[in-house]
Design a protein around this ligand. Structure first.
Ligand SMILES: Nc1ncnc2c1ncn2[C@@H]1O[C@H](COP(=O)(O)OP(=O)(O)OP(=O)(O)O)[C@@H](O)[C@H]1O
Ligand SMILES: [Mg+2]
Length: 385
């Protein structure tokens, strides 16, 4: 009894005041966060109250009282430029990006935690709401955001910051606010693409005030983002981001360049329909020669090979070899060895001619074609990741 009294004066009193204040101010997200804290604090002493409060938050946090994205008002557009700030896509046909095992399990965990939002909220814990995707160009950041929207069964709303910032000089803060308000109105995945565009303007002194406003809008947004939506920001220059912004994300994924297995999987997926015309192990060898390429480059190579195959009626393997030959200056020694073997297997060229193509002497190529050299290469391919 004595303890109850203590909780009511020390904890419930100030909490009640804070709850009413945030409620009157209309800060739904703060109200929800405060309530989650209360669920956790009350759980031990007042389990029934904690569970009713958790259920209440879970019930309201999963939906939204304002407009629905689909079918409702169109996305906000800038009146002057006539350019839509946001694009709303259904994500139903998004493809799964090829990721390494570690990254894939991170993605799955994020999705599971989102799917279990209600269970987490009932216990007084927040599901992850904000995700930062970092990675070199063409590593599949945009693709992953679309895929996650599909898995979460939410529409994808995209705000390309590179376009909106340069189009709305002087008014970006206000425009950003309007876009974000719209996106938070109903469950969705909001993708802030080219997120570093904000940071890139930092050295332009004429825009310092504007930039500050944008950073402040974003900081507040990241903190107050509603439970029913996911905010994903994608950048290939994470080092340019304000550290304060970087820290605010619930989860950060780094997307690396694809390793050997991923390169092979991207090629296989692009050529899935034509598997019959490709000898076993051939795409693995091509994947070795594409070391250092990003997913986008590999997909582009495969698509162009497939197009040529369909139109020029040439065999896929020789077209792939052509594509690799065009990358010779970038190939390392061991990759030229793989190419030599491919040329030997797929063409009628002599060792000397192969040597001329790959830029090695005939005797070097002769060695590259021995079984011993092949075994060494196969081991390397397996080790690389
Ligand atoms: N990991 C991957 N798996 C399969 N395909 C990929 C992968 N990464 C890239 N691609 C291919 O490249 C295309 C472009 O990738 P995406 O636009 O997602 O890259 P990004 O990381 O967003 O690049 P940027 O930084 O330039 O915006 C994809 O549509 C897809 O066809
Ligand atoms: Mg992108």
């Amino acid at each position: 009894m004595e303890q109850d009294k203590q909780i009511s004066t020390k904890f419930i009193g100030p909490l009640l005041l804070k709850l009413v204040e945030e409620g009157l101010l209309g800060n739904t997200q703060r109200l929800e966060l405060l309530s989650l804290g209360a669920v956790r604090s009350l759980k031990a002493e007042f389990p029934d109250l904690a569970s009713s409060l958790g259920a209440l938050v879970a019930k309201f946090a999963g939906s939204s009282s304002t407009l629905r994205l689909r079918g409702a008002a169109p996305p906000p557009a800038d009146a002057d430029a006539g350019l839509a700030l946001l694009r709303v896509y259904p994500a139903d046909d998004a493809k799964e990006p090829v990721l390494n095992e570690a990254r894939r399990s991170n993605v799955e965990r994020f999705i599971t935690e989102r799917m279990e939002s209600e269970a987490l909220l009932r216990e007084g814990f927040a599901p992850p709401r904000t995700l930062l995707l970092k990675g070199a160009p063409g590593t599949g950041k945009t693709m992953l955001a679309k895929w996650m929207a599909r898995r979460l069964n939410l529409p994808l709303v995209v705000l390309d910051l590179a376009t909106s910032i340069s189009s709305f000089l002087g008014k970006t803060g206000a425009n950003l606010r309007r876009s974000l308000d719209y996106a938070r109105g109903a469950p969705c995945v909001l993708l802030l693409d080219e997120f570093d565009a904000i940071a890139k303007r930092r050295d332009d002194s004429t825009e310092v005030g504007e930039l500050k406003r944008i950073v402040n809008v974003l900081l507040k947004e990241l903190e107050d983002w509603p439970f029913h939506s996911v905010l994903i920001a994608a950048t290939n220059h994470p080092e340019l981001l304000d550290p304060a912004i970087n820290r605010r994300f619930d989860v950060v994924f780094d997307l690396p360049l694809p390793g050997f297995a991923e390169r092979q999987a991207i090629l296989e997926s692009a050529c899935a329909q034509f598997a019959n015309g490709i000898p076993t192990g051939f795409l693995a060898a091509i994947a070795q020669c594409l070391n250092g390429c990003n997913g986008s480059e590999i997909d582009t190579i495969a698509q162009s090979v497939v197009r040529r195959h369909l139109i020029e009626k040439k065999a896929l393997p020789s077209l792939f070899v052509d594509a690799v030959i065009s990358r010779i200056p970038e190939l390392k020694k061991e990759e030229t060895a793989v190419l030599s073997r491919l040329l030997k297997e797929t063409t009628e060229l002599t060792v000397r001619e192969i040597g001329r193509i790959v830029g090695r002497s005939s005797s070097a190529v002769q060695y590259q074609l021995t079984k011993k050299a092949a075994r060494k290469l196969a081991r390397r391919g397996k080790d690389e990741h």
